[in-house]
Design a protein around this ligand. Structure first.
Ligand code: SF4
Ligand SMILES: [Zn+2]
Length: 355
């Protein structure tokens, strides 16, 4: 069975089993420290419920590691309801100076089938009025990054940075197609980045790319090499900053299917640290390493003695963009052996097994 077929079958089963929550139940927000273009500041994260990622709902079954579709009510959410939920989330915070607002829509903010233009414009206008907000970050697949839509957004928020984050995941087209099922190529990604670059002379617009660390069917060594190569590629094509997303096992995904059968493991935190060290000295644009899920059963893991310490070292390195200091733990030798000798035998699988 082809990877894509299996991915689609698993997604369909999950969608059939899933009991969608209401838009109100799914709306969520939180805040924390973050690194802005202007330096250390604050971030407000808002999850906005939408009908769901068009790619995940398509016949392709979506990306092999992602279950953000579980954050969707799987039905139309009216523009008025979206704006209302956004307002409730935003009003929970006393917005401090130097704040970035990151809007997560579990899909594409720029796709009008997911976020009606009316809601999109209203949300941007609300943020434009907040004097302490310096940056607004939205996410989108490259096919929705068009000059017209971006101009519509940027003209509504002329004095703040408007950033479009695109999930590049890997700069290797083979990995994107056969291990992630991403549904677009580097050429599509570059086209979207070019649109953003062209608009920079008239608008305050920037781009970010997400890079996924350790897709399925990838050894520990390949995962490190691919993450580093992808960051260098992103810088080369003109991306303004990078956010790495180390794998955590989402429910109802092909990644979870393989993990349950012993054919996949999230990366070691040592590998993540290695990536941070290499890219901080070889890539000049700001780089953030996401640490959510670190030390949990479904996330990047070292050993109980050092998980927390390394997580904190990486968080510090995000805020200062510094290279983490050297650190030793007895589990490091095992990681080294894994990097040196691991091959795909641990990650191969029998696709004909029943799901
Ligand atoms: S990673 Fe992004 S594009 Fe892929 S299925 Fe998830 S939300 Fe959709
Ligand atoms: Zn350890």
């Amino acid at each position: 069975m082809e990877i894509q077929d299996l991915n689609q079958e698993i997604r369909n089963k999950y969608l059939n089993r899933m009991e969608p929550k209401t838009a109100q139940e799914l709306a969520a927000s939180w805040s924390g420290e973050d690194l802005l273009y202007s330096g250390k500041g604050n971030a407000i994260f808002i999850i906005l419920p939408t009908p769901g990622c068009a790619h995940a709902l398509s016949n392709s079954g979506g990306c092999t590691m992602c279950s953000y579709i579980a954050d969707s009510p799987l039905k139309t959410v009216s523009a008025a309801e979206m704006v209302e939920l956004f307002k409730i989330s935003l009003n929970k915070f006393d917005i401090k100076p130097q704040t970035v607002v990151k809007i997560f829509v579990s899909g594409s903010f720029l796709n009008e089938d997911e976020i009606p233009g009316e809601a999109r414009d209203e949300i941007i206008k609300l943020l434009d009025k907040e004097k302490n907000v310096e940056e607004v970050v939205v996410e989108s697949r490259p096919e929705y990054v068009t000059e017209d839509i971006l101009k519509a957004c940027c003209t509504l928020i002329p004095d703040k940075i408007f950033e479009v984050s695109i999930g590049l995941e890997s700069s290797n087209d083979y990995i994107k197609e056969y291990k992630i099922n991403k549904g677009f190529s580097n050429a599509d990604f570059e086209k979207a980045i070019d649109v953003i670059k062209k608009l920079k002379k008239d608008y305050n617009i920037t781009s970010k790319s997400y890079i996924f660390v350790k897709p399925i069917l990838t050894s520990e060594k390949e995962a490190i090499e691919d993450a580093v190569a992808s960051a260098k590629y992103a810088q080369r094509v003109g991306v303004d900053r990078i956010s790495f997303c180390p794998a955590t096992i989402h429910k109802g995904t092909l990644m979870e299917f393989l993990w349950r059968r012993g054919s996949y493991q999230p990366p070691w935190i040592w590998s993540i640290l290695e990536i941070v060290k290499i890219v901080r000295s070889s890539v000049k644009i700001p780089i953030i390493m996401d640490t959510s899920g670190f030390g949990s059963r479904r996330g990047p893991y070292n050993c109980k003695k050092c998980n927390k310490k390394l997580k904190n070292m990486i968080i510090n390195s995000n805020l200062n963009q510094s290279i983490p200091e050297e650190f030793e733990c007895e589990c490091k030798a095992q990681w080294k052996a894994d990097v040196e000798y691991s091959n795909l035998s641990r990650s191969t699988m029998n696709l004909t097994r029943n799901i």
